[in-house]
Ligand binder design. Sequence first.
Ligand code: 3HC
Length: 292
Amino acid sequence: MREITTVGVIGLGTMGAGIVEVFARGGLDVVGVETTQEYADRGRAILQASTDRAVARGRLDEAGQAEILGRVTISTDLGDLAGADLVVEAVPEIMALKHEVFAKLDDIVAEDAVLASNTSSLSITQIAAPTRHPGRVVGLHFFNPAPVLKLVEVITTLRSEPAVVEAVVAVSERLGKKPVVVGDRAGFVANYLLFGYFTSALRMLEHGHVSREDLDTAMRVGAGLPMGPCTLMDLVGLDVCHHIGDVIYSHTRSSMHAPSPMLGRMVTSGLLGRKSGRGFYTYARPGGGQVV
Ligand code: 3HC
């Protein structure tokens, strides 16, 4: 396997920008690619804000921040990924879009470069199938916020080459992450279980069994979780939760993942959680954490 020193990240939304930060903090050169200059600027702003916060908290000095930011190139041209040893795709969760990106990558990167998808729930097998080298495709699933949470799921397909899986596990460990290798089923491991839990929480709210505050308190204080389910769904994004839940349900048909009408109504009403300023709770600044 070629050594992984340069990484490409496609899509610089919350997850993509966080993934760029993780690799740059780990000492790798990163090329982040977006479709438009506006989105590219937004991605750079997320990276800047996250590292500014680390400086403000005394976790990073200004020289360290400059070093991290200096390892990152932001571009609107996929062609700039030609030298990447590993590319992580973090574009919206639309299979046709993933296929388009992976087809282009086939023509851009070296034949022995590794291709990974950060999809939350779509099938890696399906993403890899139309590519010229499905053996070099794996899932590399980060958790939100990516710079903080240590877990990464490395998702393998029937075609994933063992050397590719080993290389992705090794680079994840170099980043200070804790990789787990899992098979390709809807929701993989963590989201399969987490979204079943979200669905149960939503049912309790729909039935008026408990208030959102008491539900969150029960799980935070009683189960020792950092956030209750409503706060966590607001963090993940209610539209994202709705989509992931639907994908898992469409594959499993398990009642544990049956769609919540209340969640659907919230999404249709534009209540998307922190990013829109309102979800289960209202936030002082869209994207910010302070509950008002
Ligand atoms: N980006 C970068 N760093 C962040 C951050 C962000 N968005 N949010 C928080 N941090 C950092 C802070 O700077 C701080 O760093 P420090 O300890 O070095 O100073 C540290 O995280 C702790 O932050 P806070 O003190 O502000 O707040 P908390 O202690 O409450 O922690 C939290 C915030 C890390 C978000 C914590 O509440 C948590 O872990 N919550 C659960 C998150 C979770 O379960 N995520 C998984 C969601 S599912 C998923 O992502 C799968 C996907 O497919 C949908």
